[in-house]
Design a binder for this molecule. Sequence first.
Ligand SMILES: Nc1ncnc2c1ncn2[C@@H]1O[C@H](COP(=O)(O)OP(=O)(O)O)[C@@H](O)[C@H]1O
Ligand SMILES: [Mg+2]
Length: 260
Amino acid sequence: MTTTPLLAFEALHYRYPGADAPALRGASLEVRAGEKIALMGRNGSGKSTLLLHGNGLLRPQQGVVRWQGEAIAYTRPALRALRNRVGLIFQNPDEQIFAPTLLQDLAFGPLNSGASEQEARQRAEWAAARCRIEHLLAQPPHALSGGQKLCAALAGVLAMRPTVLLADEVTSGLDPWMRRNVLSILDEHVAEGGAVVLSTHELDVARHWADKIALMEEGCVVHVAPPREFFASPAWRARIGADLWLFSDATPMHHAPRST
Ligand SMILES: Nc1ncnc2c1ncn2[C@@H]1O[C@H](COP(=O)(O)OP(=O)(O)O)[C@@H](O)[C@H]1O
Ligand SMILES: [Mg+2]
């Protein structure tokens, strides 16, 4: 018996205003508690557009987004409630940070969703500790380094106590230590009953961190399977770009690379 997914994208179609071609053409994905999903696919395949539908920032022109089986509503209060359940972290953390201190920045979301000052502060401090940036709470957010800004954006979303985290290429461009840090923050979130969808081009993240890969092509999710299935099949490996991987011998493959 399968459980109802926390979040379900069902056959979504979306065309940006003025665009020639649709960005989503029937994209579907289910996200269950405890899942770590790597959302893969070439640039322009629709990953960011799909994630933007997850917390109602975009509204599908066809198809349905469901939270625990119920179609989400696009009223202000319903969207506010949804954003306490589904947190979205953008590719560019600068877009999310605007308060004079990190503490104020992290408390803004909870305050805005009706928490008391004290509660908002507690949640901000908790989220900062979770993201290992509690020593930066008095700093102005614009003074943080790139990696710290990303942790701040992550903490800002975690301060909302969402169950599902949608993270759009947040591990791209990080050094290996910071990347490990971010992945372990995501792991802690999942260990507490949450779920994470992480869009990424990083084959090693998809292979070793994720428990499922969802592959997008031309606005559709064409295949969802455990990483070992993707990597064991030459055809699927090629479709995630793994056969273009220059350093494939750095990680043992289940199958020997094809001879050239
Ligand atoms: N704001 C926008 N306006 C018009 N077209 C867009 C916009 N954002 C994305 N697109 C288009 O939608 C398609 C999917 O883009 P996107 O979801 O960003 O893909 P990905 O995140 O996989 O790179 C692409 O063809 C892209 O050019
Ligand atoms: Mg994108």
